[in-house]
Structure formats: structure tokens, C-alpha cells
Ligand binder design. Structure first.
Ligand SMILES: [Zn+2]
Length: 339
């Protein structure tokens, strides 16, 4: 009996692999989610918010360009990886051992190559080896335009004592910074390639639990991820951009784009309804899970991940799976052992 049983009535057993395969098998589990800002995060490079000028919608009547906010790959995946890594450490899952017998696995510093994070999300350690990620994300785009989705705030530089004046000199506003505002929506697909039940649940748990995104400390803001659909397919499916554009078409037709912030229920429904027509264009064989069955699936996952004992058992199982794969595949492919 496994630590987590996904009801067969929701997802047929054969859609998950028994173990992580050495060579890709073309089985994809896609989580269709909506990322919603709940405070004022900043996604930027070189001091300005990440934006992209793209076509507003897919339909001819929405062929005009629109400058949208962009959430790059790592801005999505890094916080989610760190959520999972924190849990692994909390439950004392061994992440390999150094010569002092202490567990170690440092993100971007020293990957242990055998914990669920290293195996599922991949790593690269120069000449010493690498493992391709089995979890894919791509840049996500806001439904609404940059203009109505950000605000510029000036911030004040305080003197050391925390006041604004010193020896009669009053410091005025010091700088300006663009922030994304609350209730901006980014439709996004998280793909798990060759998913096992464990890798699927591990990734889904990270997506559900991660609440803070953005670069270090002062740049972060709260976000909530809403899971609106799940697609099992034998290949890649539509891009986040296409999903956002399709949602834009639909909401524009319904007259639901006129006021910002957009209504959350409208957005979630539009994203869910976009899945099936978009998949028809993708030419893949697929199975979609939404609504009640999806809710039941998410609750099944949560019933395990919110229970200390069950969560510990689940992480142990994921860890065993990752270790087995590491020994069977990663260690065997090491350049040093080739000759
Ligand atoms: Zn590791």
C-alpha cells in the first residue's frame, strides 16, 4: 500500500508510471493553474518589471498588441522548489551525506543528486554531471495589461535612527519602484514529465503550499495558486501565452474585462473553459480532469500533506523512489565512470 492512493475513478492507474523511467516515455501530467497576486510582488530584471508586448487575444478582433506583465520560469519554479526542500529538511529526509555524516543538499551550491528535489526538478553541476528537470514551467503572462496591473511607489530612505530628518535636514523621497498590484492573474501550466504518483503529488503539494514569490526578501509578495484543471496527455500542450490570450478573448466577449481587478470566479471559469478548445488544436491524445473530480483529487492530496504522519510517510516514499532512480540512472551516467 502506497502512502497516497489516487482514486482510480478520477485518474486511471496507467496514467502514472510505476517508477521514473531512464528514457522519456512521452507521458505528461499538466497542472493548469492561475497564479493570483495578493499583495505587491516585484518580478524584475535590471530594475524594471518584466513585461512583454504581445497580441491581446487569439481572435482577429483582438489582434491589437498589449503590453503584459511577465513572470519568468525561475520566478515560478524557484520558490516552489524551496518549499519542497524545506519540507524534506523538516522531516529529516537524508539528502546524501558528507564525510562528517551530516545530510547535505544545497540549492545551486551542492546538489546531492538523489533527493526528490534533485531528481524531479533536475540539477547541473558543471562537469560533474547534470540531470534534466522533469518539471517544466514557462513564462506566464498577466491577463490584464501592464498599465492597469502595476503601480509606482516612491520609497523613502530613512536615517539610521529610523527618522526622516537629521540635524534639520529632511530627506525627501529617494527612489521609485514599480510594483505589481493585488489581484492580477497569471494563467500558467506546470508540466510533470513521465509522472509517477509521487512526483505528481510532490510537485502539486509545492504549487499549493507556495505563497510567496519574487526575488529575495524585499521584492517578494504574496500569491495564491488556484488549480483549475489537470491534463494527462502524450505530449506537450498549449503555451501559457496562448492560454492567456484565449482567456482574454472569452472575457472580452462576456464584457468581463472592463473593470479591474478582474473577478476571480470569472477568471477561473474562463481558464477552465479554455482548456478543451485549446487542446483540440494541440493534436495530442488527452484526458482532462476539472470540477468535482479535480476537487476530490486535490482534497486527496491535501488529506495526506496536511497530516504530519501521512506526510512523513509520503516524503519517505518519494525519497526512496528518487534514490532508486539516482542509483539506477544518475550514478551510472557519471562521466568519471564512462571509461
Ligand atoms: Zn538533493
Amino acid at each position: 500500500m502506497s502512502a497516497i492512493e489516487i482514486p482510480e475513478t478520477i485518474v486511471k492507474k496507467e496514467l502514472f508510471l510505476e517508477r521514473i523511467p531512464k528514457a522519456p516515455q512521452g507521458r505528461y501530467a499538466h497542472l493548469v493553474i492561475v497564479r493570483e497576486t495578493e499583495s505587491f510582488p516585484i518580478f524584475q530584471t535590471d530594475g524594471s518589471l518584466n513585461i512583454a508586448k504581445v497580441r491581446a487575444g487569439l481572435k482577429e478582433e483582438h489582434r491589437n498588441n498589449l503590453t503584459r506583465l511577465a513572470m519568468f520560469k525561475r520566478k515560478q519554479s524557484s520558490p516552489e522548489r524551496l518549499t519542497g526542500r524545506e519540507l524534506l529538511r523538516r522531516f529529516g529526509i537524508t539528502q546524501n551525506e558528507n564525510k562528517d555524516g551530516e545530510a547535505y543538499c544545497d540549492y545551486n551550491e551542492q546538489f546531492c543528486q538523489q533527493c526528490p528535489d534533485c531528481v524531479y526538478y533536475g540539477f547541473a553541476i558543471g562537469e560533474a554531471g547534470s540531470e534534466k528537470s522533469k518539471v517544466y514551467v514557462d513564462t506566464a503572462f498577466s491577463i490584464t495589461g501592464y498599465d492597469e496591473s502595476h503601480r509606482q511607489f516612491s520609497f523613502n530612505a530613512l536615517f539610521e535612527k529610523g527618522n526622516m530628518s537629521q540635524q534639520g535636514e529632511v530627506r525627501s523621497s529617494f527612489g521609485e519602484q514599480d510594483h505589481i498590484i493585488p489581484q492580477v492573474f497569471f494563467p500558467s501550466v506546470v508540466t510533470i514529465k513521465d509522472a509517477t504518483v509521487n512526483s505528481f503529488v510532490y510537485v502539486m503539494n509545492n504549487v499549493i503550499r507556495t505563497k510567496r514569490y519574487g526575488a529575495q526578501n524585499t521584492r517578494t509578495g504574496k500569491m495564491e495558486n488556484h488549480v483549475v484543471g489537470l491534463v494527462f496527455a502524450d505530449g506537450e500542450i498549449f503555451s501559457n501565452l496562448k492560454l492567456t490570450q484565449s482567456v482574454y478573448d472569452y472575457m472580452a466577449e462576456q464584457g468581463r474585462l472592463e473593470e479591474t481587478p478582474l473577478d476571480r470566479s470569472d477568471v477561473l471559469k474562463a481558464v477552465k473553459d479554455a482548456i478543451s478548445p485549446l487542446l483540440a488544436d494541440d493534436g495530442v491524445s488527452s484526458q482532462i480532469v476539472t470540477d468535482e473530480p479535480l476537487l476530490e483529487l486535490v482534497n486527496t492530496v491535501k488529506s495526506v500533506t496536511t497530516d504530519e504522519t501521512k506526510l512523513a510517510a509520503f516524503l519517505k516514499e518519494a525519497s526512496d523512489e528518487a534514490k532508486e532512480y539516482s542509483q539506477r540512472v544518475i550514478q551510472k551516467l557519471k562521466p568519471s565512470k564512462k571509461s
